[in-house]
Design a protein around this ligand. Structure first.
Ligand code: 4NP
Length: 159
């Protein structure tokens, strides 16, 4: 049975990428695909290693009845590139930082892309960082729509 693994990457791994991880896993569960699609997240910065998601992210997930149980911040590493089929960076800085961990050929593979490439109609390059502007509800909206699109792409790849 083919399995696909998705990794979301942001800076601190406490706001955006854990939100995307929890929302994507929730959507995967609703689609009865938990056996076939695995979801994780990681950060490029090490300030919050081992910490649970940020209060603002937890509030959004609580409001939408989405679990974040047991989630803890970790660092992204070059070995993630071999373990995951899709590496989705929440902004273009994250993409640049992940590329630095990889060889040029690895960094140019289609599996590495930004989250906003899933939502071209939004006309923005980066998922804005709510750690700085506090706009967690807007990030939740983007994350919910982007994960829907990503799920349909992953589903096609499973078939
Ligand atoms: P995130 O947000 O990358 O969406 O998790 C941030 C979290 C922490 C910091 C920056 C951004 N920080 O500088 O500690």
């Amino acid at each position: 049975m083919v399995k696909k693994r998705v990794l979301f990457v942001c800076l601190g791994n406490i706001c955006r990428s854990p939100m995307a991880e929890a929302v994507m896993r929730h959507q995967v569960e609703l689609a009865n695909l938990s056996e076939r699609i695995e979801v994780d997240s990681a950060g490029t910065g090490d300030w919050h290693l081992g910490h649970p998601p940020h209060e603002g992210t937890r509030q959004q997930l609580d409001e939408h009845h989405i679990s974040y149980e047991g989630m803890k911040a970790r660092l992204v590493s070059s070995t993630d590139f071999d373990a995951f089929d899709y590496i989705v960076c929440m902004d273009t800085n994250n993409l640049r930082d992940v590329r630095k961990l990889l060889s040029k050929e690895q960094g140019e593979q289609a599996k590495l892309f930004t989250f906003m490439e899933l939502l071209p109609e939004q006309g923005i390059e980066d998922v804005p960082d709510p750690y700085y502007d506090g706009n967690f509800p807007f990030v939740f909206e983007l994350v919910e729509s982007g994960c829907k699109e990503l799920l349909s792409r992953v589903q096609e790849d499973l078939n």
